[in-house]
Design a protein around this ligand. Structure first.
Ligand SMILES: Cc1ncc(C[n+]2csc(CCOP(=O)(O)OP(=O)(O)O)c2C)c(N)n1
Ligand code: SF4
Ligand SMILES: [Mg+2]
Length: 200
């Protein structure tokens, strides 16, 4: 963990803190030196991760981290490349990259901090917001059905796609270890607490 920046920029109780600890534990367990790890994100609360994990990293563009990470991995296959971002990034703006990454099956570890809303932009509905829930963008209740990210991944050919909870650190850590050890594309959707906006 970086110690100079990690005291800022997140609400108390945010699940991203726990997921970061799980990633850190997984990297430690696998004995991966920091110069061999690249964490690529997009834009959002979750996507601030490169500011917190002491490795190589890049906050790329909203929705584009898988494209960036694919380039990093192809350029240097020896690197462990982790994509980490939110559900708006991963399942909304550029869902296509997710499905094509499953199909191409390049060895990336894809972790989505799924708080079921667009946290950074103050809690609008995302593709995983449950039906009928009231958000800043659905004041009368969400009328769109949420989709199932793991079902989508599997239908696109992903051989490792799991759903975890941020609070279960041992299980989440193990899922990340398994995802990194999986030699193809791996997808970990994490049910993430967002006390500021996800009040359902
Ligand atoms: C191309 C583009 N469109 C929209 C935005 C505005 N924007 C920034 S973060 C964000 C939503 C982030 O939601 P999510 O990916 O779920 O991350 P969270 O903040 O919930 O962790 C949006 C719409 C942007 N930065 N770039
Ligand atoms: S808005 Fe939600 S996701 Fe963003 S820092 Fe606060 S609790 Fe975390
Ligand atoms: Mg989100």
């Amino acid at each position: 963990m970086r110690t100079n920046l990690n005291k800022i920029q997140r609400c108390p109780g945010c699940g991203n803190f726990l997921i970061h600890v799980a990633i850190k534990n997984a990297l430690k367990q696998l004995n991966l030196p920091k110069h061999k790890v690249v964490v690529v994100s997009g834009i959002g609360c979750a996507s601030k991760i490169p500011q917190y994990i002491d490795s190589y990293g890049c906050e790329s563009l909203h929705g584009r981290s898988l494209a960036f990470a694919t380039g990093v991995k192809l350029g240097n296959p020896d690197l462990t490349v982790i994509c980490y971002w939110g559900d708006g990034d991963g399942y909304g703006i550029w869902l296509g990259h997710f499905l094509h990454s499953c199909r191409r099956n390049i060895n990336l570890t894809y972790i989505v901090a799924n708080n079921e809303n667009y946290g950074l932009t103050t809690g609008q509905a995302s593709p995983t917001t449950p039906l009928h829930v009231k958000t800043r963008s659905t004041p009368e209740g969400n009328v769109s059905l949420p989709f199932d990210p793991n079902g989508l991944a599997k239908s696109a050919g992903c051989g490792y796609s799991v759903r975890m909870v941020d609070k279960d650190l041992p299980l989440l850590t193990q899922a990340i270890v398994d995802g990194i050890l999986h030699e193809w594309f791996s997808h970990i959707d994490v049910d993430q607490a967002c006390p500021s906006w996800r009040r359902w």
